[in-house]
Design a protein around this ligand. Structure first.
Ligand SMILES: Cc1cc2nc3c(=O)[nH]c(=O)nc-3n(C[C@H](O)[C@H](O)[C@H](O)COP(=O)(O)O)c2cc1C
Length: 122
């Protein structure tokens, strides 16, 4: 990555207060292992905006994903990971790869698009 992209992807906003707060909040959470439980009975799929997703997790839209790998197709790589992991993808307005190509790669797996509404139509 170029230093400017790395800085953008790595840093938070302003004084990093939210980023630091998120890190601190995570450190107060623990995962409690449940022993001797039949996990076959668990149903973790959810319905989200009319789409059924096998996972309760979704990705967040990240504008520079495309630039985070050397071939410039990080968005397509993210779509492939979404398909493999069945974690629904949220494509950013600032995606590099065309949405049509991403949708084709996504196939019938659930995916969403985050729209920044521009003030001008340039
Ligand atoms: C490098 C970077 C790029 C981001 N790009 C977008 C974007 O294009 N659109 C958007 O709605 N949010 C964007 N976000 C915000 C994330 O989607 C997410 O809401 C934010 O990181 C808060 O989630 P977190 O606390 O799990 O990090 C971006 C965040 C980062 C760190």
């Amino acid at each position: 990555m170029t230093p400017s992209v790395l800085n953008y992807a790595h840093g938070g906003c302003s004084d990093d207060a939210t980023q630091n707060g998120n890190g601190a909040a995570f450190s107060h959470s623990s995962i409690m292992p449940r022993m001797m439980v039949n996990y076959c009975k668990y149903e973790v799929s959810i319905e989200l905006f009319g789409l059924r997703s096998p996972s309760q997790l979704i990705t967040v839209p990240v504008g520079v994903t495309g630039l985070c790998i050397q071939n410039g197709h990080g968005d397509l790589a993210a779509v492939r990971v979404s398909v493999l992991t069945q974690v629904a993808l949220v494509a950013s307005t600032l995606s590099n790869d065309p949405l049509e190509t991403m949708a084709q790669t996504l196939g019938d797996k659930p995916g969403f698009f985050q729209l920044y509404t521009a003030r001008t139509r340039r």
